[in-house]
Design a protein around this ligand. Structure first.
Ligand code: NAD
Length: 420
């Protein structure tokens, strides 16, 4: 398996795990197991295209650990998806769920496809066939998918329907991030971005930074995480100076009007041409003048070559793995406070957990209740990691990882090995 899953994000995640293991003197038997997924499923996804031809895409579902509960993790449709990336993200999910104290394990899935080139019906056929291929490995008690890059609430609705048709009855709790009409949770689609901003609030409190319009925020990625982080930042009274999507970015030193940018983006499907801002590249955004940087698009964007030019005092990792380990060392040496991905972007899985609980109970909560519970968990998780970081004089990435790994490790030792 080692050869199949090696790759830069996997190596990066493994380094974080082994560093944490050495600092906390983790049982070496536990470390050996945590280095690898519990199960990795590879499937071919033959899909009929609109012109009648059949294209075969590679699909993956990797379950890293189910020690703390059913596996949980998103499904990504992207050209860069491969077994190594999905395995790394599945491992991060194990630690993210454990860090937030959720009774869930870690998983991730994906299909290697450029989803932007698919028509709606092609995407539906691909999703249903992929679901059918992995359906014996998922389920409310086994593994519960959710949206990620290239997938959304509609994709989850197709997965839920395909799985339910195969079971013979409606099973809303098989996925989270669904539309409200079929058992989705209020607040789920904004939860990751909202959680990122709650972690920024905590970081500002810790650093004694007053939160007002003088605080400039730059956000990379204007998808589910980036756009909702921008909305939440504006709600909190902060000044959003830059946003971007894959094609282009916007910069306005005096602050962007986020509702207007969102409206423009929804209408034009691009940020290009928006008048009330200057155009900026993704690379320029990362090193632009700001107090808070939220990389909320893809992994590896802040690295050894650009980290020294980052001007932000706080980085909250909205995306998974946006800062490489080399980049992280440079940032920490510069005194930048980095809120790591397993903490900063945990809001999505926390509200996913709420959605799963609501579906299992057929009892739904108000958005106010959801946001308040989300804030409680984000604050507690942040404070536990910060306390650990201060006590052991380690950075937040290490302290979050150690907290998470120790919870998984305790549960593994209590449960034991079976069959022997
Ligand atoms: P999304 O597909 O909704 O949005 C992704 C955004 O990134 C888009 O604006 C896209 O244009 C931009 N982008 C894509 N490639 C880029 C590139 N090369 N350079 C710059 N921008 C690029 O995805 P999302 O759900 O917002 O997820 C974004 C990140 O957050 C991913 O790393 C994902 O794993 C992570 N994440 C998402 C959730 C969630 O609930 N959606 C939860 C936790 C973590």
């Amino acid at each position: 398996m080692d050869r199949l899953i090696e790759g830069h994000l996997y190596q990066n995640t493994l380094t974080q795990l082994t560093e944490a293991a050495s600092l906390m003197k983790l049982d070496p038997n536990i470390l050996e197991r945590l280095k690898k997924p519990k199960r990795a499923i590879l499937v071919s996804v033959p899909t009929r295209m609109d012109d009648g031809t059949v294209k075969v895409f590679d699909g993956y579902r990797v379950q890293h650990s189910s020690t703390l509960g059913p596996c949980k993790g998103g499904i990504r449709y992207h050209e860069g998806v491969n077994l190594s990336e999905v395995s790394a993200l599945a491992m991060l999910m194990t630690f993210k769920c454990a860090l937030a104290g959720l009774p869930l394990g870690g998983a991730k899935g994906g299909v290697r496809v450029n989803a932007t080139k698919l028509s709606r019906s092609e995407k539906q056929r691909l999703t249903r066939r992929y679901t059918s291929e992995i359906s014996s490995f998922i389920g409310p008690d086994r593994d519960i998918p959710a949206p990620d890059i290239g997938t959304d609430a509609q994709t989850m609705a197709w997965i839920m329907d395909t799985y339910s048709q195969e079971q013979g009855y409606a099973v809303p709790s098989v996925v989270t991030g669904k539309p409200i009409e079929i058992g989705g949770s209020l607040g789920r689609n904004t939860s990751t971005g909202r959680g990122v901003l709650y972690s920024v609030e905590e970081a500002c409190n810790h650093l004694k930074i007053k939160q007002d319009f003088n605080i400039k925020v730059a956000i990379q990625g204007f998808g589910e995480v980036g756009a909702s982080a921008a909305t939440c930042a504006q709600e909190l009274g902060l000044c959003i100076t830059a946003v971007s999507d894959v094609g282009s970015g916007l910069y306005n030193e005096k602050g962007l009007n986020i509702p207007a940018v969102k409206e423009y983006y929804q209408k034009n499907r691009t940020l290009k041409g928006y008048k009330e801002a200057d155009s900026i590249t993704n690379d320029e955004l990362l090193t632009s003048k700001c107090d808070v940087l939220v990389p909320a698009a893809i992994d590896g964007v802040v690295h050894e070559n650009n980290a020294k030019n980052v001007k932000a005092k706080i980085i909250a990792e909205g995306a998974n793995g946006p800062v490489t380990l080399e980049g992280h060392h440079i940032l920490v040496d510069k005194g930048v406070f980095v809120v790591p991905d397993i903490l900063a972007n945990a809001g999505g899985v926390i509200v996913s957990y709420f959605e799963w609980v609501q579906d299992l109970q057929n009892f739904f909560w108000s958005e106010k209740e959801i946001n308040s519970r989300l804030r409680d968990i984000m604050s507690t998780t942040f404070r536990v990691s910060l306390e650990h970081s201060n006590r052991h004089k380690i950075d937040m990435r290490k302290s979050a990882m150690i907290t998470a790994v120790s919870r998984v490790s305790s549960a593994m030792l209590l449960r034991g090995l079976y069959p022997q």
